[in-house]
Design a binder for this molecule. Structure first.
Ligand SMILES: Nc1ncnc2c1ncn2[C@@H]1O[C@H](COP(=O)(O)OP(=O)(O)O)[C@@H](O)[C@H]1O
Ligand SMILES: [Mg+2]
Length: 423
């Protein structure tokens, strides 16, 4: 994209801004050829002068030949091939039509001065403002000079000059309109592509968060059931029934995620977390609850809880996990802390950077919230998620005045497992 100067400085700069002018890629308007050809009807006026007595046949034929060449040159840029090769065809077309207009006016008189108007239209269709200015003023000056030399009166000279300038300006405006329309169409297409991309990211994030958790839980419960079969078949059957329920619920959630309706309920998620951690033999303590937490904040934290518990199950090897929900200063906060091996150990064991925490951070940011995940004070791992009680659009992030809260440390973008974001 070319800024300022030659690009015409128009609205929708992006539409016509390469050095040669992006208008080469402008879509050719329907029937543009017809619209350009219609104006040729005014050529009847100079042609009629050829029938005046005293114009020799040879001179008349010469004039007609010149006129045909002029018409071909004028129509060429509006043909499909000429349009595709713009702005080169416009320049060639000007180079052909201007000398013909000048010659015919000088030989046959001021009646032929109207030919310059067609050249003015060509000059005004050039892709950049500077080229239009240079082209149009050259055509206008040449038209006035030729008219004067051909013996036209001041009124006629002025009339052709002003008509060239006015019609040229109108044409430049129309071309600019085309470019703006083209820019808007391109912007529309870009927005549509971004919408699709965003939707793909949303689905990827939802599937990761939903399936990661549910499949971990199913695997754990199935393991437990298999171990219980010999000693306690009745409990094994109960665990398998639980597996069935989790699978059904996951299916419903995946369907809802794909359809775009996915709100988790914090209370339900707390119960699920207790159940999942219990099945894995991890002692779970829950303090605080979802009572009174507004639904959007609760839903955002429910997603955070789900990812945190999935991580505890997958990565921590912990024997105990505490989950705390608290409110204050306009924020609702969730802390999930385990006494496992911690992120440093899992990183040493070759764990890759995952998708869960970055996806969770995006999700929380969308609700005006923040995320910190780091080693806990007594080893293990601690995840803290905070969201504003009121939806971000209504109230903006509270207490911290629109910035990440101080407890998050200097880098509000921190979400890695090994950083130092927590008090
Ligand atoms: N509770 C935890 N205990 C130990 N390590 C953890 C814990 N939670 C996260 N991690 C570490 O952080 C990494 C990134 O987590 P995450 O972004 O959720 O990715 P994923 O779970 O898909 O691997 C994990 O791979 C793991 O090394
Ligand atoms: Mg994870």
């Amino acid at each position: 994209m070319r800024e300022g100067g030659d690009d015409g400085g128009q609205i929708g700069r992006g539409a016509c801004t390469s050095p040669s002018g992006d208008s080469a890629r402008l879509p050719r308007p329907p029937y543009v050829w017809v619209w350009s050809a219609i104006w040729l009807v005014y050529l009847a006026w100079p042609v009629s002068s050829l029938f005046a007595p005293g114009v020799g046949r040879v001179r008349a034929l010469g004039a007609v030949a010149g006129l045909l060449l002029f018409v071909a040159g004028y129509l060429w840029p509006w043909s499909p091939a000429g349009w595709a090769a713009r702005p080169r065809t416009l320049v060639w077309s000007l180079a052909l039509t201007l000398p013909i207009a000048a010659t015919l006016t000088l030989i046959f008189g001021p009646q032929w001065g109207g030919l310059f108007i067609y050249s003015a239209v060509l000059a005004a269709s050039l892709p950049a403002r500077r080229r239009v200015l240079v082209g149009l003023s050259s055509v206008t000056a040449m038209a006035a000079a030729c008219m004067a030399l051909a013996g036209a009166g001041v009124g006629e000279v002025l009339s052709i000059g002003v008509t060239c300038a006015l019609i040229g300006t109108a044409m430049a405006g129309w071309m600019q309109f085309l470019r703006v329309a083209q820019a808007l169409r391109a912007a529309d297409r870009r927005i549509a592509r971004m919408d699709v991309l965003e939707e793909r990211l949303r689905i990827a994030r939802d599937i990761h968060d939903l399936l990661g958790h549910s499949l971990s839980l199913i695997a754990l419960k199935a393991d437990l059931a298999a171990r219980l079969v010999p000693a306690d078949p009745a409990r094994a059957a109960a665990e398998m029934t639980a597996v069935q329920a989790v699978a059904r619920q996951s299916l419903a959630e995946v369907r809802a995620a794909v359809a775009g309706y996915r709100t988790l309920v914090l209370d339900e998620e707390l119960a699920r977390a207790r159940d999942a951690l219990g099945a894995a033999g991890i002692r779970c303590t829950v303090t605080g609850g979802a009572g009174g937490v507004p639904v959007p904040a609760g839903s955002a934290l429910a997603w955070a809880l789900r990812e945190a518990v999935t991580n505890v199950l997958r990565h921590s090897g912990a024997s105990a996990c505490t989950i705390a929900v608290s409110r204050g200063g306009g924020w609702v906060e969730l802390q999930v802390e385990d006494d496992g091996r911690g992120a440093a150990a899992t990183a040493e064991a070759g764990a890759r950077a995952g998708n869960g925490l970055p996806g969770l951070r995006e999700r929380l940011q969308a609700s005006g919230g923040v995320l910190a995940a780091a080693p806990g004070p007594r080893g293990g791992f601690r995840l803290v998620a905070r969201v504003p009680e009121a939806p971000a659009a209504d109230a903006g992030p509270p207490a911290a005045g629109g910035r990440a809260p101080a407890w998050l440390g200097a880098d509000p973008a921190f979400d890695g497992p090994t950083g130092e974001g927590l008090p």
